[in-house]
Design a protein. Structure first.
Length: 612
């Protein structure tokens, strides 16, 4: 009690020197020290007189203003992790509180869309990343608009204005505003002409078909102009792909970006060259480097300038009516504009953090396990358990679902274990021969069971047929949620049975894209994923696991095998090795193969011992 009173008594005096990180710690402290109903008012009371003096009177009367300013400051933080924490806080506050409180906070947040000032929760001597703050705030509001549109309906015009802004044609910001406006259009009683205008906003007006690629646009050429662009990564890996989408020379992109940077935003090379953050931290590349166009977990000023100049340039090209090049990317996407913009947006169906499930309630994922001297050598039971079997390679007749794909990573102290499950279809007459042949391979990584449409690994020679049936979706290497602390290792889409199975079983992909459902709503196939929080620098001293599993309803799978006249061949592959100071380097994984026929009979291969 004495410690609690001392801590609370010290807060009013200490708050004058606090910035965003300090206030975050204070909020956590109040959550621990105060009763649930008192923590919020206590924090608001401490923040009340921190509202800027020039804030209008109506804002000063709002208890939500201080909170919105604190969130706004976090949205503009260089670390993307903190932006996502602010986004989750905003979503929680606007979707779970009373209508009056939510509407008040929403009004104060929407005002920030036109605000380029950091407020008193950020050091005035540091450049405030206002464009990043606007984009992060809109990412949060876009999700709120989908879940509780009535709270944002009064701000429909503000979202429309941002979505159609040609003075600041930031492609990412306009798209997030467009999505938000469309989500609240019905609640705002928008007419059909407004909705149609929004559907066309921030969208290209024409395309042309071209299946060639112009790799010269990715050359690391040096832009000799008024601004010094990063010629190693920004030009070839950010600006190059944008030039390909619009089929323009790279100079068009750099010249337009330069115009925004220098003539519109009054920034220059000198700004990031003399930036206080840059000068005080000479070893920041690990956090801020964008090698090969990756999006780093932390922004520096140069990255901030060049990234948002790219987005403004993209919007400008759309507004000019430049046609888009179709067929630019190698994976199968119908819309090259949407494809280019996709990594810079959250999924329209929800955040990645919403797609995870709890860690499986199984001992190896929850508690450290004793490792015997023979731990390196996986037993038959280890393989069977990884496939969800009971007994010695026997299927559980009572089990309603059968595991057909998986990928699991488990790290505990100084060990690392990875498990993968893959399956394919094979002709019955030679299924056992294939099982024996693959099981006898000295290294299971020398071959793989094909996915659907993975022709290079399929076999079609007379009666020797091996074909894929699991469709592995395109997963972009970059996406907006990648640095969300609550979405660590979570994927937008997971493998599921593909087109032939869906046609035969009359199932469709549900809105989450993680489940196949029948016409009566029955769950036929489901993918689940989980991940412990990122252990960060303590990776080798914590028990962490992540992965996914795909299951198919037993009777539907057996019916599918009977209808196609195939046998399901499944490989379980396990790799184990030590990490840390006793690391033993790469060890060849071991595998076991299983055959499942249309009657439900399951046979498993013997286990071949392999050495390094």
């Amino acid at each position: 009690m004495a410690i609690r009173q001392a801590a609370l008594a010290a807060l009013p005096e200490a708050r004058q020197d606090l910035r965003a990180f300090g206030w975050r710690s204070i909020a956590a402290l109040l959550g621990h020290l105060c009763p649930t109903g008192d923590a919020g008012p206590a924090l608001l009371g401490l923040l009340d007189d921190r509202v800027p003096i020039d804030t209008v009177t109506v804002e000063r009367k709002s208890p939500a203003t201080a909170v919105s300013l604190l969130l706004w400051s976090a949205f503009g933080h260089p670390q993307r992790e903190l932006r996502w924490r602010a986004a989750h806080s905003t979503r929680e506050l606007l979707t779970t509180t009373s209508i009056a409180v939510a509407e008040s906070l929403a009004a104060d947040l929407v005002v920030r869309l036109d605000d380029h000032e950091p407020g008193l929760f950020r050091d005035e001597g540091l450049h405030f990343y206002s464009f990043s703050a606007i984009a992060a705030l809109l990412a949060a509001l876009e999700r709120v608009a989908a879940e509780r549109p009535d709270i944002l309906a009064a701000h429909f015009r503000e979202f429309v204005r941002a979505a159609t802004d040609q003075a600041f044609p930031h492609a990412q910001i306009r798209e997030l505003a467009r999505r938000s406006a469309l989500a609240i259009a019905a609640a705002a009683n928008a007419d059909s002409s407004q909705v149609e205008m929004l559907r066309l906003a921030n969208q290209p007006s024409s395309w042309f078909v071209s299946y060639g690629r112009t790799y010269e646009r990715r050359d690391r050429n040096t832009h000799k102009g008024r601004y010094d662009f990063d010629s190693m990564d920004t030009i070839p890996y950010w600006y190059g792909p944008l030039a390909e989408v619009f089929d323009v020379e790279i100079g068009v992109i750099t010249n337009t970006a330069e115009e925004f940077i220098i003539d519109r935003w009054n920034l220059s090379t000198e700004d990031w060259w003399t930036d206080v953050r840059e000068l005080r931290d000479e070893r920041s590349y690990e956090r801020t480097g964008h090698r090969h166009g990756s999006i780093p977990r932390e922004e520096n000023l140069r990255l901030y300038i060049e990234y948002h100049a790219m987005m403004a340039t993209a919007g400008r090209l759309v507004d000019e009516g430049r046609p888009l090049r179709a067929g630019t990317f190698t994976h199968e996407q119908d819309d090259s504009w949407e494809d280019w913009l996709l990594p810079h947006l959250p999924s329209s169906t929800g955040w990645l953090a919403d797609l995870g499930t709890p860690v499986p309630a199984e001992p190896e994922f929850l508690l450290p396990q004793a490792r015997s001297a023979t731990w390196y050598t996986a037993s038959f039971a280890d393989f069977d358990r990884s496939l969800g079997l009971i007994g010695d390679g026997e299927a559980d007749d009572a089990a309603d679902m059968i595991r057909v794909a998986a990928s699991i990573r488990l790290q505990d102290s100084d060990i690392l274990e990875t498990v993968s499950v893959a399956s394919a279809l094979v002709e019955p007459c030679y299924a056992a021969d294939l099982q024996r042949a693959l099981a006898s391979a000295s290294n299971p990584t020398d071959w793989k069971l094909p996915d659907e449409e993975e022709e290079e690994f399929e076999v079609d020679e007379g009666q020797f047929r091996l074909s894929g049936w699991i469709l592995r979706p395109y997963d972009p290497t970059e996406y907006l949620d990648r640095h969300d602390v609550y979405a660590y290792e979570i994927r937008r889409e997971l493998p599921l049975p593909g087109k032939t199975f869906r046609t035969q079983s009359r199932t469709v992909l549900d809105v989450t894209r993680l489940m196949l459902t029948a016409h009566d709503g029955d769950n036929v196939a489901q993918a689940e994923q989980w991940a412990d929080p990122d252990p960060g620098r303590y990776r080798e001293s914590a028990l962490v696991s992540s992965g996914y599993r795909v299951h198919v309803k037993r009777h539907t799978l057996l019916e599918y095998l009977a209808a196609t006249g195939k046998i399901l061949i499944t490989e379980v592959q396990i790799a184990r090795h030590r990490t840390g100071q006793q690391r033993d380097g790469y060890r060849i994984p071991v595998s076991r193969l299983y055959l499942l026929d249309a009657t439900g009979d399951l046979t498993a291969s013997g286990l071949r011992r392999r050495t390094r």
